[in-house]
Design a protein around this ligand. Structure first.
Ligand code: NAD
Length: 492
C-alpha cells in the first residue's frame, strides 16, 4: 500500500499529528493508499512556507514573463504525465477513465493560458482632474492563496485555481478532498520538475473541519478559492470574513436542461443523458432537472428511458463502461435517501430507483440511473442537489413557464436550452439566471471563458481573463511633479 506525505516548503514530511487516512478505490472497495491527516501545526508550517516564499527569495524576484514560462514548463510536464495522473485519479474517485483522461490531458491548457497571461496584465493611467500629478494603477498579487478542492474532479478544479493564482505571482497551499488527495500530491511532485521554488506550492491533506478550517482561518492566508458543497462554502465564507479575506466559491447546482418542441430531439436526448448520467451525476453542472415541453413530453421520455436503461454499469477503467461507481459512502447514502424522498413526494419512478451490486465480486457502491417523471416545483427532488444519477423530469407549456420553472431554485450554476430557433436560443439564454448557458450542447467548459454561479451556486468566477483578477489587487500610485499643490477637492 502506498503511503503519502505532506508537501511543505519543497519537502515531503509526515504529519505532525502522526495520523493517516485510508483512501479506497470506489470500484473495488479496497484501501490502496494512506494520506496524511494534517492538523493545525502542519497547516501552520505550510502557510508559513508559502508566506516566506511570497515575501523573499527566488519567486518574487522573477518577472512576470519568467513566471509565465515556469507555468508553461509545468504544462509540458503535466502533458507528459496525463496518463499516469488519470489512472491515479480513477483509482481515487472512480470516475470513468475516458472522462478523467480527457480532463488530465486538458489540465495543461490552464497553465499554458495563464502562463501566457502572466505578462499581459496591464494597469492604466487614469486622466486625473488635478495639475502636476501622474497617477497610474498596477495589479499586485495578494499573498498566500488557499485552494480547497472537492473529490469529483480534483486536478481539473485545482488547475482552475492554481494556474491563475501562480500566474499572478501568489503562492499557494492546496487542501484537496480527504477522499481523493493522491493525484494532488502527485501534482505537487511534478511541480518540482517545472522548477517552482520551494514554498510556492504546498499541499496539506486531511479533513475539511480540521486542516481545511485551520487553513481558512490562518491570518497569513489572503485568499480562499473553494469548490465544494453549500455547507462547506458557507462556513468558509464566514470563517474568512473576520480577516476580510478574499473568497471565490464554486458551489452546487440544480441545473435545468430545457427541451423545446422545435429541438433536434436526437441531439437533445443524448444531451439530457450525458447531462445527468456522466460521472454518475456527481458533477456540479449536472443537468438534474429536465424540462420538457408538453407536446414532446411523452415521446421524449420514452426515448430517454430506453437509452438510459441500456447504460452499462461497471469498472470505470473499462472503455465499455458508461456508468461508474459512486465515489464515497456518504454520497451513496445521500443519493438513496433522495430517491426515497422523491418516491415519498409522489414523483413517478420511470427508471432505476435503487442500488445495484458491483460486478465481478467488487465492493464498489453503484446506483442505477434513475429517472422520476411528474416532478413538481415544490418537491425537494426539484429543489435540492442530489449529486448522483437521479433525474427529475418536469413539463412546461411555453417559454415563459419554462423560464419560471428553471429560475425557481436557489441555485444558478448552469442551464441547457435545446431549440432550433435562434430567437428562442437568444431570448431564453438571456432570461435564465445561471452563470453558464449551453444552447444545443451541454457540459462544455474552457480555460478561456468564465465559469461560476448565480445565487447560491457561488461567488466570483474561475477561468478566462477575469479569473486572474480574483488573485490580484489594484494599487493606485500618485506622482507629484512639484509646483502648485492643488486643493485636492477642487478641480482647477
Ligand atoms: P465538500 O464541501 O464536502 O468538500 C469540498 C472541500 O472542502 C474538501 O476538500 C473538504 O475537505 C473541504 N471542506 C469542507 N468543509 C470545510 C470547512 N469547514 N473549511 C474548510 N474546508 C472544508 O464538497 P464535496 O462533497 O467534496 O464535493 C461535492 C460538492 O462540490 C457538491 O455540492 C458539488 O456541487 C460541488 N462542486 C461544485 C463545483 C463548481 O465548480 N461549482 C465543481 C465540483 C463540485
Amino acid at each position: 500500500m502506498q503511503k503519502y506525505q505532506l508537501y511543505i516548503d519543497g519537502a515531503w514530511t509526515d504529519p505532525l499529528t502522526g495520523e493517516w487516512i485510508d483512501t479506497a478505490n470506489p470500484y473495488t472497495g479496497n484501501t490502496w493508499a494512506r494520506i496524511p491527516r494534517a492538523g493545525a501545526a502542519d497547516v501552520e508550517a505550510a502557510v508559513e512556507a508559502a508566506h516566506n516564499a511570497f515575501r523573499q527569495g527566488e519567486w518574487p524576484a522573477l518577472n512576470a514573463t519568467q513566471r509565465g514560462l515556469m507555468l508553461r514548463r509545468f504544462a509540458e510536464v503535466l502533458t507528459d504525465n496525463a496518463e499516469r495522473l488519470a489512472e491515479i485519479e480513477v483509482r481515487d474517485n472512480g470516475k470513468l477513465h475516458a472522462e478523467v483522461l480527457n480532463q488530465c490531458r486538458y489540465l495543461a491548457q490552464w497553465f499554458h493560458y495563464y502562463g501566457g497571461l502572466a505578462d499581459k496584465i496591464e494597469g492604466s493611467v487614469p486622466p486625473i482632474d488635478k495639475p502636476n500629478v501622474l497617477n497610474l494603477t498596477r495589479y499586485e498579487p495578494l499573498g498566500v492563496c488557499a485552494c480547497i478542492t472537492p473529490w469529483n474532479s480534483p486536478l481539473l478544479l485545482l488547475a482552475w485555481k492554481a494556474a491563475p493564482a501562480l500566474a499572478a505571482g501568489n503562492t499557494i497551499v492546496v487542501k484537496p478532498s480527504e477522499f481523493t488527495s493522491a493525484s494532488t500530491l502527485e501534482f505537487a511532485a511534478l511541480s518540482e520538475q517545472a522548477g517552482f521554488p520551494k514554498g510556492v506550492i504546498n499541499v496539506v491533506t486531511g479533513f475539511g473541519p480540521e486542516a481545511g478550517d485551520s487553513l481558512v482561518r490562518h491570518a497569513k492566508v489572503r485568499k480562499i478559492a473553494f469548490t465544494g458543497g453549500e455547507a462547506g462554502g458557507a462556513t468558509v465564507n464566514s470563517s474568512a470574513a473576520p480577516d476580510f479575506k478574499r473568497v471565490t466559491l464554486e458551489l452546487g447546482g440544480k441545473s435545468a436542461n430545457i427541451v423545446f418542441d422545435d429541438a433536434d430531439l436526437d441531439q437533445a436526448v443524448s444531451g439530457a443523458i450525458s447531462g445527468i448520467f456522466a460521472a454518475s451525476g456527481q458533477s456540479c453542472i449536472a443537468g438534474s432537472r429536465l424540462l420538457l415541453q408538453d407536446s414532446i413530453h411523452d415521446d421524449f421520455l420514452e426515448r430517454l428511458v430506453g437509452l438510459a436503461g441500456e447504460a452499462r454499469i461497471g469498472d470505470p477503467m473499462s472503455p465499455e463502461t458508461q456508468v461508474g461507481p459512486i465515489t464515497t459512502e456518504p454520497q451513496y447514502r445521500k443519493i438513496l435517501e433522495y430517491i426515497d424522498i422523491a418516491k415519498g413526494e409522489g414523483a413517478r419512478l420511470v427508471l432505476g430507483g435503487g442500488s445495484v451490486p458491483a460486478p465481478d465480486g467488487n465492493r464498489g457502491l453503484f446506483v442505477q440511473p434513475t429517472i422520476f417523471a411528474d416532478v413538481t416545483r415544490d418537491m425537494r427532488i426539484a429543489q435540492e442537489e442530489v449529486f448522483g444519477p437521479v433525474l427529475a423530469v418536469m413539463r412546461f407549456r411555453n417559454e415563459d413557464e419554462a423560464i419560471a420553472i428553471a429560475n425557481d431554485v436557489n441555485y444558478g450554476l448552469a442551464a441547457g436550452v435545446w431549440t432550433e430557433s435562434l430567437r428562442r436560443g437568444i431570448t431564453v439564454s438571456e432570461r435564465l439566471e445561471a452563470g453558464t448557458i449551453w444552447v444545443n450542447t451541454y457540459r462544455s467548459t474552457s480555460y478561456t471563458t468564465p465559469f461560476g454561479g448565480y445565487k447560491a451556486s457561488g461567488l466570483g468566477r474561475e477561468n478566462g481573463m477575469e479569473a486572474i483578477k480574483e488573485y490580484l489587487q489594484t494599487k493606485s500610485v500618485w506622482y507629484y511633479a512639484g509646483g502648485d499643490v492643488a486643493n485636492p477637492y477642487v478641480r482647477r
